[in-house]
Design a protein around this ligand. Structure first.
Ligand code: PMP
Length: 384
């Protein structure tokens, strides 16, 4: 069988301005990056607190690599669960105010493993229609009856929950929506779930480190305990500047995941040095409140500037600040025009976002300066 059919699908994708391309980063992940040999000011990383290159993290990583080597060497349940993994799990449980936490190699796997350990064929899963792809994939793969409710709508969720008979019901939502930047109405979602005898799982990939009084994310932001919000998932590759993910919750939840989550059981543990660097990162997330404050002021500066330029933003208080363009080709043209101006921002198109809502996904970081945000605004004025 030849690949001709696949080749023509690729051509159609290109014609529809939906072709995905990679660019080679030749510098660390920081505001000033080198991409394909050219210097740019970047507004597209998830290094929200500017920790990815922090000397404390690098030192902790190097020291742990000296002591523990490079690879995890085995899965957690065989012989890959090292001192640093264990200590990080205890520290994350403490930080999130949950009895226990469990590390996964990345967020995609944490979502896949958790949803599939909790629900199966006799059950029902309810997902916000704008949930991250990994949550949607996890729900679909689980075999549970899969239902999507209207974006951030507890009313739409309630209507679906009330009508469903199932052994178990699981409600799943992003905490901060990855393509829009808005924050889920967690108190109402948790209440709706509780009165309908359903569990709630939140994916706080983009809130963890950024929101909440000490950066513990959406659960802290709304003051939700483990009883209100039993399944809390967070990732470490964004505000925490490293890599990996965790799920925090009750003793029973974590033991169930250790026994049942296939993406936990059947994979090599993250390198111990990554766990050690994340421990250093957690200390900074807690101690350096100024990073969240600076980020907040940069977000406000950017939003004020965009308003003056007449650009359409979304209702987002977080570092994810998409500029809505609509048409995919236009979003691509603007992204290319910004690159000409030395600014690196990626255009996000369907199917990652709904049809007709292509956007320039600007992300801000505490590593940016006010002058850099102003440079971005100047470039936007020239290309808009
Ligand atoms: N959930 C959300 C909301 C995300 O944005 C992402 C990453 N883009 C993930 C999960 C996956 O996390 P990871 O990159 O650690 O696999």
């Amino acid at each position: 069988m030849s690949f001709d059919q696949l080749a023509s699908e690729l051509v159609s994708r290109k014609r529809a301005d939906l072709y995905r391309e990679r660019r080679v980063l030749e510098s660390p992940q920081q505001p000033e990056v080198v991409v394909d040999g050219k210097a740019y000011l970047a507004f597209c990383s998830n290094d929200y607190l500017g920790l990815a290159n922090h000397p404390d993290l690098i030192r902790a990583f190097q020291q742990a690599a000296d002591e523990y080597g490079v690879g995890g060497g085995a899965s957690h349940l065989v012989s890959g669960h090292s001192f640093h993994h264990h200590a990080l799990e205890e520290e994350l449980a403490d930080f999130t105010g949950r009895p226990r936490a469990l590390l996964f190699s990345n967020g995609y796997m944490a979502n896949m493993g958790t949803v599939n350990a909790l629900v199966g064929k006799q059950d029902a899963v309810f997902e916000d229609r704008l949930n991250h792809a990994s949550l949607l994939d996890a729900g679909l793969l689980s075999g549970a009856r899969f239902q999507r409710y209207l974006h951030n709508s507890p009313e739409s969720l309630a209507q679906k929950l009330e009508k469903t008979e199932a052994r178990r019901k699981l409600v799943v939502t992003d905490g901060v929506f990855s393509m829009d930047g808005d924050v889920a109405d967690m108190p109402a979602i948790c209440h709706t779930a509780k009165v309908n005898d359903a569990w709630v799982m939140v994916d706080d990939a983009h809130g963890f480190g950024c929101i909440g009084a000490t950066g513990a994310g959406v659960a802290e932001h709304y003051g939700l305990s483990v009883d209100d919000l039993p399944v809390l998932m967070g990732t470490l590759g964004k505000a925490f500047g490293t890599s990996g993910a965790f799920v925090a919750g009750s003793e029973t939840l974590i033991e169930t995941l250790i026994q049942q989550a296939r993406t936990y059981i059947y994979t090599t543990s993250m390198p111990p040095a990554v766990a050690a660097a994340t421990r250093a990162s957690l200390k900074l997330v807690i101690a350096e409140q100024w990073r969240r404050e600076l980020l907040k002021s940069l977000i406000q500066r950017f939003r004020d500037g965009c308003q003056q330029l007449g650009l359409t933003l979304m209702d987002s208080p977080t570092p994810i600040q998409p500029i809505l363009i609509g048409d995919s080709a236009k979003a691509m043209t603007m992204s290319a025009a910004l690159r000409e101006q030395g600014i690196f921002i990626t255009a996000i198109r369907p199917p990652t976002v709904p049809q007709g809502s292509a956007r320039l996904r600007v992300t801000l970081s505490a590593a940016h300066s006010e002058a850099q945000v102003d440079r971005l605004l100047d470039a936007l004025e020239r290309v808009k």
